[in-house]
Design a binder for this molecule. Structure first.
Ligand SMILES: Cc1cc2nc3c(=O)[nH]c(=O)nc-3n(C[C@H](O)[C@H](O)[C@H](O)COP(=O)(O)O)c2cc1C
Length: 316
């Protein structure tokens, strides 16, 4: 009986891990990366372990410095988990987050659930990885913070949604539902109404944290009853947007072979823009809204009917 690599990787995906950022170095030679392979080893002396792939760019610094800090991320620090495993490298990774230090000088992240400042006491070579054993020489905790988890290839939070969180998300859904209702009565031109709505929707989604970051990215635990209510509100929004599209189809001024599917496609386009949007970023919410409105117009415009008519029935 053989046990394949795929089976192992599949089993490990089910294995929940806390998301940590391992840091070392100071100033411009700071380095760090996201890691789930962290383990508590012994209490006497206080020792922890981190398994580090030797291809990770911070590896040489970890060896050379002989110290590191394990920063266990809180659920509102999801962006940092991506930043420290993405294309931005070296000290640039530390331009986000508030960093300080404890004893060794390794970067210590403010607001993290736990910071474990460690001196390397041992290194164990394990094929592709090195297990760094560290003695904890200083530690800090943010008592109220909740851990960010990584499980099934996705981020998860232990943070239960409060009544206020659920109300905030519900408010957000109601806000976009009334915006689509309002937009459908704006003028006699359903295409112009749709564009106006896309602009407003983009503005709402890029500026309302409750509807976007908190609920969707951090995946708060929502009770089944609340989830049912949120899903029902979400469906009502889908119905309204579908109705707006159907209105345009009926009037012959926009083309959507299947208005509901088109509504979902537009939701995909606008609804996830917050993942990319940054308040200090390159484009303002108005510019993004304008851009998306043009894209949506192109999606449903009748102007290129002759090109698409041949394949129309095959598409949906
Ligand atoms: C959720 C997650 C967990 C990870 N855990 C580990 C880990 O435990 N050990 C490790 O060596 N790399 C781990 N990585 C990969 C490193 O973060 C990633 O390879 C590294 O940051 C990218 O390489 P670079 O630092 O050289 O740019 C993990 C990545 C993610 C997204």
């Amino acid at each position: 009986m053989t046990f394949s690599r795929e089976e192992f990787v599949g089993a490990m995906r089910r294995f929940p891990g806390a998301a940590n950022i391992i840091t070392t170095g100071t100033g411009d030679s700071r380095a760090g990366f996201t890691a789930t392979a962290c383990i508590s080893l012994t209490a006497d002396p206080p020792q922890v372990g981190v398994a580090v792939n030797r291809t990770v760019s911070s590896y040489p610094q970890l060896v050379e410095n002989g110290y590191f800090c394990i920063n266990t991320l809180a659920s509102d620090q999801l962006e940092l988990a991506s930043r420290f495993s993405g294309p931005i490298k070296g000290a640039q990774r530390f331009l986000e987050g508030k960093w300080t230090e404890l004893k060794t000088g390794a970067p210590v992240l403010e607001g993290a659930v736990v910071n474990l400042d460690c001196k390397v006491t041992n290194r164990l070579e394990l094929s592709t990885h090195t297990l760094f054993v560290g003695e904890v020489v200083a530690a800090r905790q943010a008592i109220d913070a909740k851990q960010l988890l990584y499980v099934d290839g996705d981020w998860a939070s232990l943070l239960p949604a409060t009544g206020r969180d659920v109300a905030g998300v519900m408010d957000g859904i109601h806000t976009v539902t009334s915006a689509v209702e309002r937009a459908s009565r704006l003028s006699d031109d359903p295409l112009a109404n749709l564009e106006a709505f896309v602009k407003e929707w983009t503005k709402i989604y890029t500026t309302t944290e409750a509807v976007t970051q908190k609920y969707m990215s951090a995946k708060l635990y929502v009770s089944p009853i609340d989830l049912q209510a949120l899903n029902a509100a979400g469906r009502e929004f889908d119905d309204r947007l579908t109705a707006l599209l159907a209105q345009g189809v009926e009037a012959g001024c926009l083309e959507a072979a299947d208005p509901r599917l088109t509504a979902y496609a537009i939701s995909g386009l606008v609804g996830w823009i917050h993942r990319w949007y940054r308040p200090d970023g390159r484009l303002s919410p108005e510019e993004i809204g304008q851009y998306l409105a043009v894209l949506v117009r192109k999606m449903v415009s009748c102007s290129d009917k002759t090109e698409t008519s041949g394949s129309r029935t095959g598409v949906i």
